[in-house]
Design a protein around this ligand. Structure first.
Ligand code: IPE
Ligand code: MG
Length: 272
C-alpha cells in the first residue's frame, strides 16, 4: 500500500529542509578558506545528457542544462562568490544545424523573458545579469530581451552573472583592438601608442575581474576559445560530469582544489 500523498509531501519537505541545512553547513566550512571571486563555467555536455537519458527534442539537453544553471547560481550566491560567467553560446555554435541553433535561441529567449518577469515581480533581487559578446549577432527579439534583462537587474546588488553569448576570444580581441584604435584617434592620439590596458578596457568582459577558477563539464580539457586572454592565471578544473549533471559536490570539489592550490596560485599572481 502506498503512503497517502500528504505524507509523501511532508516527507519531501522535511528532506529538502535537511538538505538545505546540510548544504549551509558545508558552505560555512568551505568559507573558512579562500573563495574564488570569479568562477567561469564552460557548460558542455547537454546533448550527450539528452542522448544518455533518451530525451526527445532538439532542446531537451539544453533545457536540462538550464536547471543546472539555476542550481549553480544559487550555490554560488550562498557561498558568496561575487562574479560568475556562463559560456552560453560560442560563435562556433552558430555552425550547428539551423534547427538546433533556432531551438537554442528560442530557449534562451524563453528563459530571459521568464527572468525579466521574475525580476519585475521582485523575485530576482540579488542578481545582476549582464550579457557579453557580439550581441548584434543575436536576432532582434533576443537582443532586445537581453538588453531589457540587463536594465531591470542593473541596480541589483549581490551576485553578478555574466552570460557570454555569440563569443570567442579571438573575436573579442579583434573588436577590442578596433575599438581602442577608434578611442585613441578620437582622443587625438596615434593608435601606434596602444597599450595592453587600452585593449583590455575595450574587451566585452572588461566589466568583471579575470576568472579565478574555470570549471568545464563534459570531460574535455580545453578552453574552446573562451576567455583565453583572461584565464592565463586561472585554475582550470574539468569534470567528466555532463553540464546537466553538475551538482553540489562537483562545485565543492572544484573550490577545495582551488583552496589547496592557493600558495601556487598566489605566487603565480606575483611572478607573471
Ligand atoms: C553545451 O552542450 C551547450 C552550449 C552551451 C552550446 P553541447 O550542446 O555542446 O552538448 P554536447 O557537448 O554535444 O553533449
Ligand atoms: Mg559540446
Amino acid at each position: 500500500m502506498n503512503p497517502p500523498r500528504e505524507e509523501v509531501g511532508e516527507f519531501t519537505k522535511l528532506l529538502n529542509g535537511f538538505m538545505t541545512l546540510m548544504r549551509r553547513f558545508i558552505f560555512k566550512v568551505l568559507c573558512v578558506g579562500p573563495i574564488p571571486n570569479h568562477i567561469s563555467f564552460i557548460m558542455d555536455g547537454n546533448r550527450r545528457f539528452a542522448k544518455k537519458h533518451n530525451l526527445q527534442g532538439l532542446d531537451a539537453g539544453h533545457r536540462a542544462g538550464f536547471v543546472s544553471v539555476t542550481y549553480v547560481l544559487q550555490y554560488c550566491q550562498e557561498i558568496g562568490v561575487p562574479y560568475v560567467t556562463l559560456y552560453a553560446f560560442g560563435l562556433d555554435n552558430f555552425k550547428r544545424e539551423p534547427q538546433e541553433v533556432k531551438c537554442m535561441m528560442d530557449l534562451m529567449l524563453e528563459k530571459i523573458e521568464l527572468t525579466i518577469d521574475q525580476a519585475i515581480s521582485g523575485n530576482v533581487k540579488n542578481v545582476k545579469v549582464i550579457f557579453a559578446g557580439d550581441l548584434n549577432l543575436l536576432n532582434d527579439r533576443l537582443k532586445a530581451a537581453a538588453q531589457r534583462l540587463m536594465e531591470v537587474t542593473e541596480e541589483n546588488k549581490g551576485l553578478v552573472v555574466v552570460v557570454i553569448v555569440a563569443y570567442s576570444t579571438s573575436h573579442e580581441i579583434v573588436q577590442a583592438i578596433k575599438e581602442s584604435c577608434v578611442r585613441k584617434c578620437e582622443g587625438g592620439d596615434s593608435p601606434q601608442v596602444l597599450k595592453v590596458s587600452d585593449v583590455e578596457e575595450c574587451m566585452y568582459t572588461s566589466i568583471v575581474p579575470d576568472p579565478a577558477l574555470v570549471i568545464r563539464t563534459g570531460g574535455i580539457d580545453r578552453l574552446s576559445n573562451f576567455m583565453t586572454w583572461q584565464t592565463s592565471r586561472s585554475l582550470l578544473h574539468t569534470t567528466a560530469a555532463l553540464w546537466p549533471e553538475l551538482g553540489l559536490w562537483h562545485l565543492v570539489w572544484a573550490i577545495l582544489k582551488f583552496q589547496r592550490m592557493q600558495d601556487y596560485l598566489q605566487k603565480k599572481q606575483k611572478v607573471d
